[in-house]
Design a protein around this ligand. Structure first.
Ligand SMILES: [Zn+2]
Length: 250
């Protein structure tokens, strides 16, 4: 296996009503996780965080703007976070998005030269007029003319098995996770298939989503991978993010 490293990047935080997120009372602050995967043949970004405009103006969220507060400054954009680890956005060869929600696809505007890797089902869902009207999808985040690879199911990014798209639908129609083989063992970047370890342990889903039964099946897949020795990085797990090693995962 080639030498691969994962650098987790916290691209801001969301202030949310926890009833929507986990069914608990009150408000909570959730990290927005993006990850840079360094492979000898390319730099892969998994998710891109929030659109830079959200540092000062929530209005692009439309109907969702009332539900989300932002802890997001110019230092938290994906471009700033990449630069903080010595990577120019133009050096990112592939950007894999778990799905097209605003806190995962919003940073694509910072990466005009990257190749966008998205599940075909997700791209189709992101063109749905009703979902756009409801504010679930915001094409201005992702329909930017990128070189785009639409994937249908599993996909091996470099053909050596080290970085692989794993479909985990349910949260959205075409949600995917990313499996990365590190020297220390396999890691799964879960995206929003599951927000936190606790939700996976308890097999609880958020109050909203595309298809709850499908999401539970995808979560079961992740549980089996975890039982099989995969380390999981969850989409919005504050406790896990606080404990991540500064030098990344190797
Ligand atoms: Zn989402």
């Amino acid at each position: 296996m080639p030498a691969v490293r994962i650098l987790p990047l916290v691209t801001g935080r969301l202030d949310v009503d926890m009833r929507i997120f986990s069914g608990e009372e009150g408000r909570g602050t959730l990290p927005v996780l993006s990850c840079l995967v360094e492979h000898p043949e390319g730099l892969v970004l998994f998710d891109t965080g929030l659109h830079p405009e959200l540092t000062h103006d929530n209005s692009r969220l439309g109907r969702l703007s009332r539900s989300f507060g932002m802890d997001f400054t110019d230092d938290d954009t994906v471009a700033a976070k990449l630069e903080s680890v010595g990577v120019r956005p133009s050096d990112v060869t592939h950007t894999v998005v778990s799905h097209l929600h605003f806190d995962h696809a919003g940073g694509l505007t910072c990466l005009p030269d990257t190749r966008l890797v998205v599940q075909a089902d997700e791209w189709a869902a992101g063109q749905d007029a009703q979902a756009i009207e409801q504010g679930i999808y915001q094409p201005a985040d992702y329909d930017l003319g990128h070189d785009r690879l639409e994937v249908d199911g599993d996909h091996d990014l470099f053909g050596d098995g080290s970085v692989r798209c794993l479909p985990t639908p349910g949260h959205t129609a075409g949600h995917q996770s990313l499996v990365v083989e590190l020297p220390s063992g396999p890691v799964v970047l879960c995206g929003d298939c599951v927000y936190t370890e606790q939700l996976l342990d308890e097999m609880r889903t958020p109050g909203f989503g595309h298809d709850r039964e499908e999401q539970l099946r995808s979560m079961q897949t992740l549980r089996e991978l975890r039982d099989d020795g995969h380390r999981l990085l969850y989409g919005h797990d504050a406790e896990q993010v606080a404990a991540l090693p500064a030098g990344g995962l190797v």
